[in-house]
Design a protein around this ligand. Structure first.
Ligand code: FES
Length: 275
């Protein structure tokens, strides 16, 4: 029967069974432990999803003066904990009864979900699409990101703009971490160091974004006529080469910054002060 009239027969001739491919019986020829990387990726992402979901819905222990958890910043709901050392961002009225983190996490979450690196990571880790280089995916059909819902991945550039805004606010929070609970400058605790490391990694990850690189250096015909943009494009390109590492480092650092605030706010730990 011709494959054009039998969908199952048609599917059997796609992918690794494509007539133009070498006729081998094995599904793939990789003899190494290729499954290790996608399995580790899936485990790491799953751990973050479980932790961040618990913290996002907790609606508690996200402020320990002068630190505010990055999961809850800016805290825009009216029922946010009073943050004496920080600005008042409360713009959503009392009608919002859920955790304030849910109002803000959508932006950094959308940024990471649509990130080119994370797409590769979770497509491989969770969907086996494909599981690894030279290992075929279990499905015979491949539509890429041309249809709903994956076509929404194209919104990444807009999430980048939101992520820059959020990173700016987290930078402000880090500056405020140099004040103590009495608004006096000159405080520095272990939490200040945790926040400093986190904000450096957040900015490095954000600026290493492929969309950022294109915004800075794309659509130019002659770099020689745009020396400033060329120089910035060079910096961003160097960061971009480390995008995957920065994605993981900033994911871990933002979770650790939140965990630190949680431990201090819940009384499990006292913030050691250097001065
Ligand atoms: Fe990863 Fe933009 S490509 S953040």
């Amino acid at each position: 029967m011709a494959t054009g009239t039998d969908p199952q027969a048609h599917a059997r001739t796609r992918g690794v069974h494509e007539p133009s491919r070498a006729a081998i019986r094995e599904r793939h020829l990789r003899g190494d432990r290729w499954w290790l990387a996608p399995a580790a990726t899936a485990a790491g992402l799953l751990a973050f999803v479980v932790y961040s979901t618990w913290r996002a819905f907790a609606d508690a222990d996200y402020y320990a003066a002068p630190y505010v958890s990055p999961f809850y910043s800016p805290c825009v709901a009216e029922h946010c904990e009073p943050m004496r050392a920080g600005p008042n961002w409360e713009i959503v009225g009392s009608w919002w009864g859920l955790s304030p983190a849910l109002l803000i996490l959508i932006f950094p979450l959308g940024f990471r979900l649509t990130c080119y690196y994370y797409r590769k990571a979770y497509y491989r880790g969770f969907w086996s699409s494909p599981p690894a280089c030279a290992v075929p995916e279990p499905r015979s059909r491949y539509t890429g990101e041309t249809r709903f819902p994956l076509i929404l991945q194209n919104s990444h550039r807009y999430f980048f703009y939101a992520a820059v805004l959020v990173a700016g606010i987290l930078t402000y929070d880090t500056v405020l971490a140099f004040r103590d609970e009495h608004y006096d400058w000159g405080h520095m605790g272990l939490g200040t160091v945790v926040f400093l490391v986190n904000i450096v990694l957040i900015w490095a990850y954000t600026l290493s974004c492929h969309s950022c690189r294109h915004i800075i250096g794309g659509r130019l015909k002659h770099f020689s006529r745009h020396p400033v943009r060329y120089r910035m494009w060079g910096w961003v390109s160097r960061l971009n080469a480390r995008h995957a590492q920065l994605a993981w480092a900033s994911l871990v650092s933002v979770a650790l910054a939140d965990l630190y605030v949680y431990l201090v706010a819940s009384g499990a730990f006292d913030d050691p002060r250097f001065f």
